[in-house]
Design a protein around this ligand. Sequence first.
Ligand code: ADP
Length: 489
Amino acid sequence: MIIVHAGPEVVPFSKTGGLADVLGSLPLSLADRGNEVIIVSPLYRSVMARKPLKLDTSLSVPLGDRTLPGDVYWIKINEHTKAYFIANDALFLRDGLYVDPGGVDYKDNAARFIFFSRAVPELLGKLGIVPDVVHSHDWQSGLVPVYLKTLYRDRFRGVACVFTIHNIGYQGTFWHLDMPLTGLGWEYFTKEYLEFYGKISLLKAGIVFADAVTTVSPTYSREILTPEFGYGMEGVLRSREPDLYGILNGVDYDQWAPEHDRFIPHPYGADEIDLKHDNKITLNRMFGLDNSSTPIIGMITRLTQQKGIDLVEGAIGRMVAMGLKLVLLGSGDRAYEDRIRNIAARYKGRVGAKIGFDNSLAHLIEAGADMFLMPSLYEPCGLNQMYSLRYGTVPVVRATGGLNDTITEYDPSHETGNGFKFSDQSADSMLLALKRAVDTYTDRQRWQRLSRACMSYDFSWHRSSQDYELLYRAYGTRSYLHGDRGKPA
Ligand code: ADP
């Protein structure tokens, strides 16, 4: 098949979160399975560092009553995978992807990503490609299925559109006066289509127009149908329930495996797990932590309410009293950043924090920590718990979304399971799980067996990309047989 992936961030060119990891690795896994894969993403400043080549032709992309130019850059990733980058300096050549250095959303985000979404069919037209599948991701590419099913319908008839929700908390909601930018008539500004409580939602657009909608874990695919997790989108999703699937993200073990990790001082495999301790010493030193033999628990996270930072703040005194040391790497909301700095200052020698985005430190934390904490209020899939398993760093997680699907509670009597879980959104409940982890840690032999068992889990893309391929085939056929969704009333 010819498969196009359109999305707003892709490793190693741009990244703010897990979506970038997915777009950096799922296409490669699909290519390994014999498909031709094209990735389309915006050209931010960070992409230029990778020296993409410029195509001779450029695009003319309608945006409202204007037509904007779009240069196209590209990089051949491997024999069967190419990445194309849509360039418009005024819109994308910025340091941030979605927010300015002060953490405030760019005011023209609607225009930026409407332009990007419309550039996707324009680019395919220019390249003369009619793919089997166009798979787009999150609100930033929510209009891709809309365009393929409406303005570009004739050209892309029968092409299966798959849309993946990586986080329902981000809905690309803009005021209704941005509607003309889309080039779609007002007949699409209705409850059935793009309108969402008087505004436009680009996420809703993707959900409504795609042939199939997926999200990134089975548990999350059920959770988002409820008011607690649906962020108001649960009704829209329920109307698409027969076409809604949960497919777990995979891990790119070329990037995340302790035996060949170039970011850690002491690479190690499962049979040389003692070396993990040398990474712990490096991590201890880096953050000036007590040199004692007590466990380090790591966190690497966007600092937003979603990630359960409040639970950690409420429990940190008791965590330290329990003998835990915490190393946290994160960036995001300014208020959380300040609160984390305060905690680190208050518990010097016990809590180490770095505010910022630092990939190499993320690898060292995975290698050097004994445990990894993810107390998320919700977590569509979560990648760090799967990375942690591979590094023998035992996850302590809240039982939600993909965390629930990948982590099973450790059972001391049978020595089964791969981590520690809690359900209530409370510091007390988290502390009980942490206590079970710390108690288990005191038996060093037992802990090493658990740590080694964690390393043996396989969450590679292999199975997930097979699931996507099956979905593409099923919906490709359906698209041919039943025609297209999304004809206006
Ligand atoms: P989300 O997409 O909600 O941020 P995921 O767990 O799915 O959460 O993915 C987060 C990804 O971003 C992981 O690869 C993680 O290592 C990385 N990450 C998050 N914050 C940072 C940071 N401050 N520095 C380096 N990497 C980070």
